[in-house]
Design a binder for this molecule. Structure first.
Ligand code: NDP
Ligand code: 2IT
Length: 444
């Protein structure tokens, strides 16, 4: 079956899954050349096998809220592909979670994990549970209930979950605690754990730092210095916070952050002290970004995203499809010359087309945000060895991995005119490794 026929087939067999179709379409659109160079792929129906997840678990999660009311949510785990290592990928708790979103994320994760150089397959899980407004006790009861179903499908050498939207250190702790009780083992199944019980230093920072390290690699190809560059960041969660932290230490000026209600614009730039305030606001009090604008007397724009603000560099770090064609055109019109994605699939296909047409530095999430899962891989190694590495060691390995991913993008994505198409580079590099591993292991 040809690549475009596979997409039509997926749309027929799995209708109403637009995010899944979008992610598959982006990858298939860039690998045609290498696919055609390998006629053996077609005979073994490789693309179809690579696009359809190995298996999907779905289950009801029943929990009790603080008023004593019994509530239900749906829980899922999509085990996409384990050709190069155990299934690996985060858990998302958000009201919008459905199978289309988790299938797109698990598909992307497979190629991202392939790029990291570490032996990890791709997976994703989650629930349509919304943590917003829930008490700590409700979060704990929900995490425990979720794991009473999930635990039988995961393990240190089979499937290792971690965090994603709505799941951070607190939630991973509650899930891991319940997992250990049920599985009667202490082998580190889950990454992003607390430092006291097997977590890795630099894991909380890894996605944001890694994205900035990738950006630095891209800027280096053009001889551009990050210092004094104006950066717009979206989101104010884990990825956004550590992206901003690293940018500040490098002397860049971050002028925006956001949450699902709106964004703040601080023309003086978010400094260390203001970032500390945001971290406390978001991680401790679970407040809204609007409160930053009230405290520091800056502009708050409700119900909007920050892409209309003038910047040199944009780093979307909230969610999928948060930059549409109009946003991309606004960024370009304002002189933005680099976009590096902390979130997964934040740019719509139309936005990606605009960036590539304008030939700016554009790094897709599966390359730029791979630092998070990379340090998760390093956490797995430390757990297996029953030891832990210093921050400096982990940070250096993270830098090396991001440089390696950048190198792979250059190798497979450099066009005849010298422009680097990082989308193609990342997709081809990620795809070829998984494809070769699948071919070598027979028809499964
Ligand atoms: P968090 O839950 O810590 O933060 C998410 C942030 O994005 C919050 O500010 C949230 O606002 C905002 N947000 C979430 N959903 C929406 C939405 N539908 N519309 C507008 N804003 C939204 O998640 P992370 O920082 O961990 O994840 C952010 C992105 O990075 C996701 O795309 C995730 O898949 C990706 N990612 C995460 C990695 C990790 O290690 N955590 C690794 C690689 C990628 P609010 O507070 O209002 O909900
Ligand atoms: O999208 C991602 O790469 C993550 N949410 C992190 C996954 C992981 O296993 O650390």
């Amino acid at each position: 079956m040809k690549a475009n026929e596979v997409l039509d087939m997926l749309k027929r067999r799995f209708p109403n899954e637009p995010e899944y179709h979008q992610a598959v379409s982006e990858v298939l659109g860039t690998i045609e050349e290498v696919y055609n160079e390998h006629p053996e792929f077609e005979k073994s129906n490789l693309i179809e096998r690579l696009c359809i997840p190995d298996r999907i678990f779905s289950f009801r999660v029943t929990w009790v809220d603080d008023k004593g009311q019994v509530r239900t949510n749906m829980g899922y785990r999509v085990q996409h592909n384990n050709a190069i290592g155990p299934y690996k990928g985060g858990i998302r708790f958000h009201a919008s979670v459905n199978l289309s979103i988790l299938k797109f994320l698990a598909f992307e994760q497979t190629f991202k994990n392939s790029l990291t150089t570490l032996p990890m397959g791709g997976a994703k899980g989650g629930s349509d549970f919304s943590p917003r407004g829930k008490s700590n006790a409700e979060i704990m009861r929900f995490c425990q209930a979720f794991v009473t179903e999930l635990w039988r499908h995961i393990g240190p050498d089979t499937d290792v979950p971690a965090g994603d939207i709505g799941v951070g250190g607190r939630e991973v702790g509650y899930m891991y605690g319940m997992y250990k009780k049920l599985a009667r083992e202490n082998t580190g199944t889950f990454t992003g754990k607390g430092i006291e019980f097997g977590g890795s230093l630099i894991r909380p920072e890894a996605t944001g730092y890694g994205n900035v390290y990738f950006l630095l690699q891209m800027l280096k190809t053009k001889g551009i210095d990050i210092k004094d560059k104006v950066v717009t960041v979206s989101g104010s969660g884990n990825v956004a916070q550590y992206t901003v932290e690293k940018l500040i230490t490098l002397g860049a000026k971050v002028v925006t952050m956001s949450d699902s209600d709106g964004y703040i614009y601080d023309p003086d730039g978010i400094d260390r002290e203001k970032l500390d305030y945001i971290m406390e606001l978001k991680n401790l009090y679970r407040g809204r970004i609007r409160e930053y604008a009230e405290k520091y007397g800056v502009k708050y724009v409700p119900g909007a995203r920050p892409w209309g603000e003038k910047c040199d560099i944009a780093m979307p770090s909230a969610t999928q499809n948060e930059i549409n064609g109009d946003d991309a055109r606004a960024l370009l019109a304002n002189g933005c010359f680099a976009v590096s994605e902390g979130a997964n699939m934040p740019s719509t296909p139309e936005a990606i087309d605009e960036f590539l047409k304008a030939k700016i530095l554009y790094a897709p999430g599966k390359a730029a945000n791979a630092g998070g899962v990379s340090v998760s891989g390093l956490e797995m190694t430390q757990n297996a060895q029953k030891l832990s590495w210093s921050s400096e060691e982990v940070d250096q390995k993270l830098k090396d991995i991001m440089a390696n991913i950048h190198e792979q993008c250059l190798k497979y994505g450099t066009q005849e005119d010298g422009y680097v198409n990082y989308v193609k580079g990342a997709n081809v590099a990620g795809f070829m490794k998984v494809a070769k591993a699948m071919m070598a292991q027979g028809i499964l």
